[in-house]
Design a protein around this ligand. Structure first.
Ligand SMILES: Cc1cc2nc3c(=O)[nH]c(=O)nc-3n(C[C@H](O)[C@H](O)[C@H](O)COP(=O)(O)O)c2cc1C
Length: 325
């Protein structure tokens, strides 16, 4: 399956595993790479830039295929040392980076000057065009369905992807709500050159989270998400649970500040969810696409099935509809 995106990054299939805090570790990323897709280690999951360098080395020991690193730039009271993480990525010889979040300009230009391909993930056409202007090699565009940060415009993929495809010239992959061959064909039809998936890859054998959380994703349906931080204009789509409902209730009362909810939303509590398997212990990210996830395959099984289902849809269903089958 060749697209402009597979050519750009040198992978077999137009399927990407996006950055995932606490989940995007070497074992998952290497399994995605060995399956012929593109995985991203999540830089900020590693407590220090030195730990990130070790994680990249560990991933290289597990695969000889291309993989990348995600650098997420979000508003923070105490920002992580971004420049040092960036340096660790460059010095480790990583070939592809996924940037996400605010003001990626200095990061993109530094990565580019070291010959690294940059895919910028964003949630609005205007941000995609800006990333193209400042030198990104590809765009990943996240519709409102997505896990994590969908932005504040609330434009679902069915509109956002073709709206972006009409304007963006560099290769673009579609993100948010993708899990299967139908999604991949739809993304290609809408003008994308592949798909980026988070929640689906989180629910695989090699994903380094507790089995009970994977089983919770399988049990959950498409309604099992909440939007938190709406009132703080930093919306996040997370798995619906006792804690997310409490946050939503506090925000609904109006006038809430981060101080009113920070005991509930602490990242450290989310980390414990993945480690200990109690889905109600803290906030954890998951998308509406949970409604399309019914199993826990290996990454190789998942990628193989997505590709063979997509090929079957194109060669059988669509060709027949076009009168060629
Ligand atoms: C558990 C989890 C953690 C995530 N953490 C990050 C992150 O740290 N940085 C980032 O750019 N995106 C993050 N995302 C978003 C994904 O990279 C991807 O854009 C999103 O999951 C796509 O939507 P989907 O879950 O419907 O496939 C996360 C997603 C999940 C499920």
């Amino acid at each position: 399956m060749k697209t402009r995106f597979t050519e750009l990054v040198g992978v077999e299939y137009p399927i990407v595993q996006g950055g995932m805090q606490w989940v995007g570790r070497a074992e998952l990323v290497a399994a995605v790479a060995n399956a012929g897709a593109l995985g991203f280690i999540t830089a900020l999951t590693q407590p220090t830039p030195e730990d990130l360098a070790k994680e990249i080395k560990r991933c290289k020991e597990l695969t000889d295929k291309p993989f990348g690193v995600n650098l997420t730039i979000l508003p923070a009271l105490k920002p992580p040392p971004y420049a040092e993480y960036r340096r660790a990525i460059i010095e480790a010889g990583v070939k592809v980076v996924e940037t996400a979040g605010y003001n990626p300009e200095e990061h993109i230009s530094d990565f580019k000057s070291h010959g690294i391909k940059v895919i910028h993930k964003c949630t609005a056409v205007r941000h995609a065009l800006k990333a193209e202007r400042i030198g990104a090699d590809a765009i990943s565009i996240d519709g409102f369905e997505c896990a994590g940060h969908p932005g504040e415009d609330d434009i679902p993929g069915l509109i956002l992807i073709p709206a972006a495809a009409d304007k963006v010239k560099i290769p673009m992959i579609a993100s948010g709500g993708f899990a299967d061959g139908r999604g991949l064909v739809a993304a290609l039809a809408l003008g994308a050159e592949g798909v980026n998936m988070g929640t689906r890859f989180m629910c695989t054998v090699e994903s380094p989270i507790h089995q009970k959380i994977k089983e919770q994703i399988v049990a959950n349906d498409e309604r099992a998400t909440d939007l938190i931080f709406r009132t703080l204009k930093n919306t996040a789509r997370v798995a619906k649970n006792a804690v997310s409902q409490e946050v939503v209730a506090i925000e609904r009362k109006g006038g809430a500040t981060i101080d009113d909810i920070k005991h509930l939303v602490a990242g450290a509590r989310g980390k414990v969810v993945y480690e200990e398997g109690d889905p109600d212990y803290g906030i954890w990210s998951a998308g509406m696409v949970q409604g399309l996830i019914h199993d826990i395959p290996t990454c190789a099984e998942l990628v193989r099935k997505i590709v063979s289902d997509a090929e079957a849809i194109i060669a059988q269903r669509l060709d027949r509809m076009a009168g060629r089958g």
